[in-house]
Design a binder for this molecule. Structure first.
Ligand code: NAP
Ligand code: ZN
Ligand code: ZN
Length: 358
């Protein structure tokens, strides 16, 4: 089936209209009309080849909310008209230990990402959510809780990556009442980490490099905000955190944060900068058996659990909704940190007239 989306054809070219094919939905597939797609900093890293492996043209977008237009004959979870969502993955081997344990993101064969992954159906690559439609196997499509109304959906889209990427480590480290959680960086992931950790009743401390975000940090649920520009500010709160989630998209010194962890505490890196962080002082780790770890999105079951948790706690992302043709401007603003706190593309603004002609 014909699709229209926005693609980049090289690391230096802007995103522009792009026509392509998606497979006709098979028996287990759904076809959805995309309503909203969030802009993740990973989209920008991939489009600009800040990470290795980008195949052009690339259609980014993995924070997708849409309305089901068609379901295959064997689809059980969805019916036409349902509001559904697709996140960062559209398939995996489903047989390896990681997949069987619900951690499809760690699939031994390699999960199929929503964009820029091999597409076994078309023999090309997968194309993401800056597009008119999405076709995916229902097992990788999430139910959007019905308590979310039409007006909430732009803020639901970012939960599919920013939400699950921060929810997963919070759950893995059993964060709850009495826990102390640090969040480094107040962007798309950071603001979700604050909202989620606050809803889990943890004490939340935001570390930000932007003095303009102090008030917002508190409004979003941080109990304390620490401005990182002055290194002296990182000397308080030593030995007190159970978990620090680092969402910063550029390289920086991790040592001051490691010192804030209590015994057995963990510093979890979710931000993936283009260049490596400077080396760590191992003494700071061994002293209190502290852990430096990473985390990648979350499995499908956990993503559904996260959506249900957000719905029951009235959580959505704070979004600035933009029309499709403002996407390049949004990327430039994202680099400058000028977003509160996620851009979401209103896909009704995508010019679909060329589709009608085919
Ligand atoms: P974002 O909205 O751009 O937020 C990043 C934040 O980092 C900024 O808001 C800023 O917060 C802080 N920062 C500090 N210095 C910066 C600088 N020089 N330039 C840019 N940001 C700076 O990005 P995001 O969408 O939340 O993504 C954050 C990172 O996580 C990206 O690297 C992304 O690729 C990665 N990611 C990883 C996963 C995963 O599964 N692990 C999933 C999604 C995204 P302050 O102003 O508060 O300092
Ligand atoms: Zn993402
Ligand atoms: Zn697998």
């Amino acid at each position: 089936m014909n699709n229209i989306g926005y693609a980049a054809t090289s690391s230096t070219s802007p995103l522009s209209p792009f026509k392509f094919f998606r497979r006709e939905p098979g028996p287990k597939d759904v076809n959805m009309e995309i309503l909203y797609c969030g802009i993740c900093h990973s989209d920008l890293h991939a489009v600009r080849s800040e990470w290795p492996g980008t195949i052009y043209p690339i259609v980014p977008g993995h924070e997708i909310v849409g309305r089901i237009l068609k379901v295959g004959s064997m689809v059980k979870k969805f019916k036409v008209g349902d509001i559904a969502a697709v996140g960062c993955m559209v398939d995996s081997c489903r047989k390896c230990d990681s997949c069987l344990a619900g951690n499809e993101q760690f699939c031994e064969v390699g999960c199929i990402y929503t964009y820029n992954s091999p597409n076994v159906h078309t023999k090309g690559i997968t194309y993401g959510g800056y597009a008119s439609h999405m076709v995916a196997d229902e097992d990788f499509v999430l139910r959007v809780p019905t308590s979310y109304k039409e007006k909430d959906l732009a803020g639901v889209a970012p939960l599919l990556c920013a939400g699950i990427t921060t929810y997963s480590p919070l759950r893995y480290w059993k964060i709850g009442k009495g826990s102390k959680v640090g969040v480094v960086g107040l962007g798309g992931l950071g603001h979700m980490a604050i909202k989620l950790a606050h809803a889990m009743e943890a004490r939340v401390v935001l570390f930000t490099s932007s003095s303009s975000k102090i008030e917002d940090g508190k409004r979003l649920g941080a109990d304390e905000v620490i401005l990182t520009k002055d290194p002296k500010n990182l000397e308080s709160n030593q030995r007190s955190f159970d978990l620090i989630i680092d969402t910063v998209a550029v390289q920086h010194d991790l040592n001051p944060y490691i010192n804030l962890l209590k015994q057995d505490g963990a510093m979890c890196l979710v931000g993936v900068p283009e260049k490596p962080h400077p080396a760590l002082n191992v003494f700071n780790l061994i002293k209190l058996r502290r852990k430096l770890v990473g985390s990648l999105i979350g499995g499908i079951k956990e993503t559904q659990e996260m959506l249900d948790f957000c719905a029951s706690n009235n959580i959505t992302s704070d979004v600035e909704v933009i029309p499709m043709d403002k996407v390049n401007e949004a990327y430039n603003r994202l680099v400058k940190g000028d977003v509160k706190y996620r851009f979401t593309i209103d896909m009704s603004t995508l010019d679909k007239s060329s589709l009608d002609k085919t």
